[in-house]
Design a protein. Structure first.
Length: 141
């Protein structure tokens, strides 16, 4: 079942994002930003609940870019607990967010994924996403 993420889902979502990033994230920073996101009208968090536990998570951020003609959505995180993969949870989450994006009259949905995540690339391509941008990063320390 997909529902809007709640404060009580924070611990499960933190665990899921640590799985996504393959590292222990700064929990204090995560909690602060998660709560801000829950209160932000341009941020949408959804969880897939199984046995009263969030086993899947997706976030959609709304952007107002000058070089677009309408608002744009960006899927920033999409992750499913490895024990629940291959059950079409990711499919349900992405379809849910796409339906929301259409209701909000967004121009498009963008997303980024790491170059090594070949299964994710295939997943997004199966769902109609095309790779037509390069995403560069520079670590600032």
């Amino acid at each position: 079942m997909i529902i809007e993420a709640r404060l009580q889902d924070m611990e499960d979502i933190y665990s899921l994002l640590c799985i996504l990033e393959n590292e222990q994230l700064n929990q204090k920073y995560f909690e602060e930003k998660y709560i801000q996101g829950l209160e932000d009208n341009n941020v949408y968090y959804y969880v897939f609940i199984e046995n009263n536990k969030a086993v899947g998570f997706i976030s959609l951020y709304i952007h107002n870019y000058l070089h677009h003609n309408q608002l744009t959505g960006e899927i920033v995180e999409l992750v499913v607990n490895p024990n629940y993969r291959s059950q079409r949870i990711g499919h349900q989450l992405i379809n849910y967010v796409e339906s929301l994006a259409k209701q909000l009259h967004l121009e498009e949905i963008e997303l980024s994924t790491s170059t090594y995540r070949k299964r994710a690339h295939h997943f997004y391509e199966v769902h109609g996403y095309i790779m037509n941008h390069y995403n560069y990063i520079k670590t600032l320390k």
